[in-house]
Design a protein around this ligand. Structure first.
Ligand SMILES: Cc1cc2nc3c(=O)[nH]c(=O)nc-3n(C[C@H](O)[C@H](O)[C@H](O)COP(=O)(O)OP(=O)(O)OC[C@H]3O[C@@H](n4cnc5c(N)ncnc54)[C@H](O)[C@@H]3O)c2cc1C
Length: 231
């Protein structure tokens, strides 16, 4: 059964010029798995599904990170005052990783990083994942990379972050362009069993699925999280 909770707004944190995190008190009784989302209801029919970008092991707050588009929903988020109460419903979603010994390849486009940030931070805090983890993270330019410092400094046993940017100025080690089959082939070891998780706007997720099919990755190796509402 989906549960509804009231929660209190704590603080906002700017992640990039176009994305903002919003932290709330953890509602009593809420349990979630890293990678899940909630329906965040700001009143007056302003309701959107937003992924919980914090992880279950971060117990001081739950956090949602929104790409700011100037929509009525975003304007309402911007107007939230400390201590104000909103409703959240959930958690929902099956975009989480199984305990397994497979190589985990996470592919994020822009704000699609939110469930992946939660999953990776959770793995770091649990110190359980010993097999390789590769994050391939696509953005327009350096300034658009949400959670960059944190993701670059994650302490996992075998972890690599591959940046793919449309404009690589200031990021000489990044690939230039979009995430392609060629980049994935170069970065993912051929011999290993691989679980892929893709998150981002629908167009991006579909494009990556096609790229994976082109390099013979089967559907059962892929999990996706589509951020409906973005082109
Ligand atoms: C499972 C899930 C998790 C998501 N997690 C995040 C997240 O962590 N961060 C984030 O920034 N965004 C996330 N989104 C997208 C978010 O819910 C909004 O749809 C998106 O942010 C656009 O809202 P807006 O307020 O910017 O623009 P709006 O003007 O409200 O929406 C833009 C356009 O998209 C349409 N639309 C809006 N929401 C939906 C929807 N759910 N389904 C179909 N059409 C829709 C609107 O009718 C409008 O035409 C997620 C979406 C899903 C489905």
């Amino acid at each position: 059964m989906t549960m509804k909770y009231q929660t209190e707004f704590l603080e906002r944190i700017e992640r990039t010029p176009a994305s903002m995190s919003y932290r709330f008190k953890v509602p009593e009784g809420l349990h979630f798995i890293a990678g899940q989302y909630m329906l965040v209801d700001l009143g007056n029919e302003l309701v959107h599904p937003l992924t919980i970008s914090s992880c279950p092991e971060e117990t001081a707050f739950i956090e949602f990170t929104k790409r700011m588009t100037g929509s009525p929903y975003c304007r309402r988020l911007e107007s939230l005052e400390k201590g104000e109460t909103i409703s959240v419903k959930g958690p929902s979603g099956k975009f989480y990783c199984d305990d397994s010994n497979e190589t985990l390849v996470l592919i994020a486009g822009g704000i699609g990083i939110t469930p992946i940030r939660s999953i990776l931070t959770s793995l770091e805090k649990k110190k359980e994942r010993l097999c390789p983890v590769i994050l391939i993270y696509g953005n327009l330019n350096r300034e658009d990379i949400a959670f960059r410092d944190e993701l670059e400094n994650l302490k996992l046993t075998d972890y690599r972050l591959v940046h793919v940017l449309s404009n690589t100025a200031g990021m000489e080690n990044a690939y230039q362009g979009f995430i392609t089959a060629d980049i994935i082939s170069k970065e993912v070891p051929k011999e290993s069993n691989v679980q892929y998780m893709i998150s981002g706007p629908p167009v991006m997720v579909e494009a990556i699925k096609k790229s994976l099919a082109a390099i013979n990755v089967t559907e059962d190796q892929i999990r996706t999280d589509m951020f409906l509402g973005y082109d």
